[in-house]
Write a protein of this length. Structure first.
Length: 185
């Protein structure tokens, strides 16, 4: 029999109140609270918490508190990434982030989706993975919606709402976010 966690990770409808998932969310929230309360000078403890929280990337990732996520283990971060203050990652499905990617303050990444049918929405949800390439800069307050892929080398303007895929090496801004131009020398 397929577990609710397996359904969640596969992007299928799942019961968000499943005890295993509730426990996993509680674990992540406790770790986020620990991370958010740690003093700036306690770098070793900060890195330990990040390594325990994240699926990959806790070694050389900088996350400026406060930071919030659903599970943490679905967040796979490349080398030397930076999250500024007050970022949120709703990681019911995988969030994969390439090397040297930067997030401004208040960036939100969503993988969770709620069904349109109100009866179904009361009991279940589903999600779609998000993938962000390497050397991407996401401006403050941007929202990245479920299922979106952002190519390497992009700049996403502050306050943008990314509702569809963004190709490699472009400047994209707005609500909904749209490509403005290629980034050239």
């Amino acid at each position: 029999m397929v577990s609710e966690r397996e359904k969640m990770l596969a992007g299928e409808l799942y019961d968000k109140l499943d005890p295993e998932l509730v426990h996993a969310r509680d674990r992540a929230r406790d770790l986020c609270q620990d991370l958010n309360a740690i003093r700036f000078s306690q770098q070793e403890e900060r890195q330990r918490i990040l390594q325990e929280l994240l699926g990959t990337g806790g070694e050389d990732v900088w996350i400026q508190p406060p930071f919030f996520c659903d599970y943490g283990f679905n967040i796979l971060i490349g080398k030397k990434c930076f999250f500024n203050f007050n970022c949120v990652v709703l990681d019911v499905c995988q969030v994969k982030i390439g090397d040297y990617t930067l997030f401004g303050p208040g960036v939100q990444i969503y993988t969770a989706i709620h069904p349109l049918n109100m009866e179904l929405r009361r009991q279940q949800e589903f999600g779609k993975s998000v993938e962000i390439g390497s050397d991407v800069w996401v401006g403050g307050g941007a929202i990245i919606c479920p299922g979106v892929r952002i190519g390497s080398g992009c700049v996403i303007g502050a306050g943008s709402v990314v509702t569809r895929d963004i190709p490699t090496g472009v400047l994209a801004v707005g609500n909904p976010c749209r490509v403005i131009r290629e980034i050239t020398e």
